[in-house]
Design a protein around this ligand. Structure first.
Ligand SMILES: [Zn+2]
Length: 290
């Protein structure tokens, strides 16, 4: 059975050529802190593959399709720039790649909604990865609320970056209070939310959130955050259909075991921990085609 990887990041060649210099020029210091960092042993936290290299990694790992998520940029111009790149990626590889549009509601009503229209016209199918807490607007921001309403009308899922309040610290980590996401899901019942990184364990610690049927969770960066019993804990706590396999490629999620990012090992971990075709493929298809 083929796999859909619901959480992948990709960048244009001009960023890949010199990520740190690019970030300094564009005013994307938070991204640089997270993504151009080296670990204590000198290895890079992530790679910067081209679209062709991503497709080759997908072939190696048996990944039929990848969902490209935008980054939660600090500048609205960078969001638009990445959305245009993703538009070209999905037009060139419609059988292998899907993409979400990223936005900065701080840009204001018309720029943000206009960008959302343009991204949809270019074939993007969701919104995210957003992080109000990192991008500097509130979860009650009026423009964000318009985005969430329009996303429901257009049946576009919205992906939020979530950190576990009990998780370990890492450079550039920004706290994202879990109650904020539960409140958004309650306030926008027709909007489908995917909370990245197992939603910071929200459904395990909050019974009400567990019952919200518009909350989905992806598994991005799982080995960096949790032991492999996490797959079973979510399977036991949630009704079927609510977890989507996502790797966070090209982040190296097994730095102790691998020198470069790859998808195969996490797929093997997921399957060994009991993840079935729902988590590995069908839940993503249902979320994005409904
Ligand atoms: Zn991500």
């Amino acid at each position: 059975m083929q796999v859909i990887d619901s959480h992948v990041h990709l960048y244009p060649p001009d960023l890949n050529a010199d990520p740190a210099a690019w970030a300094a020029l564009r005013g994307e210091t938070h991204w640089a802190k997270l993504c151009t960092r080296r670990r204590k042993d000198g290895t890079a936290v992530q790679g910067f593959p081209s679209v062709e290299e991503l497709l080759r990694e997908m072939d190696r790992a048996g990944v039929e399709r990848a969902v490209l998520l935008g980054w939660y940029w600090e500048q609205a111009e960078t969001c638009a720039w990445q959305n245009r790149f993703y538009g070209r990626c999905v037009q060139q590889h419609p059988d292998r790649l899907l993409a979400y549009a990223t936005l900065h509601p701080g840009a204001g009503h018309w720029p943000t909604l206009g960008e959302m229209h343009r991204a949809r016209d270019e074939g993007l199918v969701g919104i995210g990865e957003l992080s109000p807490h990192s991008q500097g607007y509130g979860v009650d921001d009026p423009v964000l609320r318009e985005v969430l309403t329009l996303a429901a009308d257009w049946k576009m899922p919205v992906n939020f970056h979530v950190t576990d309040p009990a998780g370990r610290d890492y450079p550039g980590r920004v706290a994202t209070p879990l109650g904020d996401f539960a409140r958004l899901a309650q306030a926008f019942p027709k909007t489908k939310f995917t909370l990245a990184h197992w939603g910071g364990l929200l459904p395990l610690v909050d019974r009400e959130a567990r019952e919200l049927s518009n909350l989905y969770y992806d598994t991005a960066a799982s080995p960096l955050l949790y032991e492999s019993d996490i797959w079973g804990r979510f399977a036991a706590a949630l009704p079927p259909g609510r977890v989507l396999f996502g790797s966070d490629y090209p982040l190296n999620v097994y730095p102790q075991l691998a020198v470069a990012p790859e998808m195969t090992r996490l797929i093997a971990e997921a399957r060994a921990a009991g993840a079935g075709d729902g988590v590995m493929r069908e839940n993503a298809l249902r979320l994005m085609t409904r």
